[in-house]
Design a protein around this ligand. Structure first.
Ligand code: APR
Length: 228
């Protein structure tokens, strides 16, 4: 069986990483237009850099939860027949042991050079203007895809959706495209579709089945079912 799993902020919520659109979510405390657009970065790079520096520092204090670990366990059985497509910029899937992970919205632990466009693994702050290890320009920004920018890996993602038997969406509100459209693409290609989310998402009706509850319970239970 070939499986594509799409994850969103909800899978990392129980690890202590805030979601975006829930009460106490990140977009409640910040305006998207102030921190997550190329225009915001052009206008006020220091504010944007500090916002992501804080997120990067906070990542060091959190751990993968049972949902991340269950997906790593599933990869152990399915190998190349499992692909995780995540909208998350944290590294919790990797820390749980998953290897086949595409970060369509980029990664906190990566820096993107505005001069030479090289992507460099990055664990420190960026607000003080460090040099790009490749070209020495002091033009490093968070390697995250902001609103108005093109997500990464779209060709590989649609290739995977085309051949999967099962598409599972975990912990995402279904509010942001193109990820919100993956369920309909997978269905059109013939896959069965399942949603695992705390509450029905904006796209719930597009799934064959929708289960509600915390990811740390639903995901291990679903993986157990699949492997039994
Ligand atoms: N278990 C399962 N689902 C949960 C949990 C949990 N413990 N906690 C919250 N959720 C669900 C919420 O009900 C909500 O539907 O996770 C979803 C989180 O939605 P968003 O905050 O909108 O996050 P996400 O869907 O990942 O956002 C998509 O939007 O802001 C941009 O680039 C950002 O990648 C992000 C994209």
């Amino acid at each position: 069986m070939n499986v594509v799993v799409l994850t969103g902020a909800g899978i990392s919520a129980e690890s202590g990483v805030p979601t975006f659109r829930d009460a106490d979510g990140l977009w409640e405390g910040h305006r998207v237009e102030d921190v997550a657009t190329p225009e915001a970065y052009d206008r006020d790079p220091a504010t944007v850099q500090r916002f992501y520096d804080e997120r990067r520092a906070a990542l060091a204090a959190v751990q993968p939860n049972a949902a991340h670990r269950a997906l790593a366990r599933l990869e152990h059985w399915l190998h190349d027949d499992l692909l995780i497509v995540t909208q998350n910029i944290d590294d919790l899937h990797e820390r749980a042991g998953s290897k086949r992970v595409l970060h369509m919205h980029g990664e906190l632990l990566s820096a993107l050079c505005g001069a030479c466009e090289t992507r460099t693994p990055w664990h420190d702050d960026l607000h003080h203007g460090p040099e790009c290890p490749q070209c020495a320009a002091a033009d490093l920004r968070p390697d995250v895809v902001w609103f108005g920018e093109v997500p990464y890996e779209m060709d590989r993602i649609f290739d995977a959706l085309e051949v999967c038997d099962l598409f599972v969406s975990i912990g995402t509100s279904g509010a942001v495209y193109p990820a919100a459209g993956f369920v309909r693409a997978a269905r059109a290609y013939g896959a069965r579709t399942l949603e695992l989310n705390l509450q029905p998402s904006e796209g719930s009706l597009f799934f064959h089945e929708s289960r509600q509850g915390p990811a740390s319970e639903l995901v291990p239970a679903w993986v157990d079912d699949l492997l039994s």
